[in-house]
Write a protein that binds this ligand. Sequence first.
Ligand code: ADP
Ligand code: MG
Length: 317
Amino acid sequence: MAGPGEFELIQEYFLSQFSGSDPAAGVELGIGDDCALLIPPPGKRLATSVDTLVADVHFPAKADPYRIASRALRVNLSDLAAMNAEPLWFTLALTLPESDASWLEGFARGLADTARKFGIVLVGGDTTKGPLSITIQVTGATAQPLLRSGAGEGDQVFVSHSLGAAAAALPLVLGDLEGSEGQKQLADAAYYFPEPQFELVGQLSAYASAALDISDGLLADLGHICTASQLGAELNLDKLPIAALAQTAGAERALQLATSGGDDYQLCFTVPEQHVNAVTALQLPITAIGRLTAELGVRCSYGGNRWQPQHAGYQHF
Ligand code: ADP
Ligand code: MG
């Protein structure tokens, strides 16, 4: 069955779901003209970020399109959260191998549901033919950005919730590993519905000195904070909160997944000593796992011994 042409496609799946103008959201003119016209909130800075998801690199090409859209938008939203920016607008560059009405219906519904949940508006994009690929650019606003470079020597290192679920989920999501119904549900949630940590970051921003979202693995991403802040880190992995799904893989493998597995989109952030009590008193789902040191490099201990990851994190090249 032939799907809609380019202009019908934009009209039916994107323009219809996201109205052309939305004054309350700062959208003077949305989808449909050469450019969108956007009005930034007064007194705030704009934060912008872009991520591309390529089929069979970042998600299985045959995955449910509703889930692909959810993941594509959520991983971008996670960057806004990690910067302490509230979501405003996004654009979508969509490359499709064919115009498939049922795929587009699922994708547009996933996109609209996710956008509504997080209060972000689609304001434009581009549609081309080629191997399936999704590029989303998000823009948010912040009065108090949290940079990677703000950490100081002696600051404590925290992570949010638990790590390793998304990496443990991957073989289940790809169908390479059989799991129980419960495991499959956990895997689906971890991989396709990562939670941008807006609520947490809002409560932490007054105390944290640096933050990022863990997309490539804890050790690799903490390494970015260390590099940007010209420091090193000493971690006690006995304290690391490891996700239930990762724990089923056995202790050593779970540790590998939680330190080096990507895609969790949890926060890693640092807190100066004088604010640690205030942060702890908030009783948030966060765990202190170590501290920053003048000595460069990220060093780990586990069970009282030095511990080395097998590989530090995901790199494309
Ligand atoms: P142009 O040729 O000026 O780039 P297009 O024909 O590519 O315009 O797009 C027409 C309008 O539809 C523009 O406002 C563009 O932002 C929007 N648009 C195109 N593709 C998408 C998409 N996948 N999602 C959202 N908006 C889109
Ligand atoms: Mg265009």
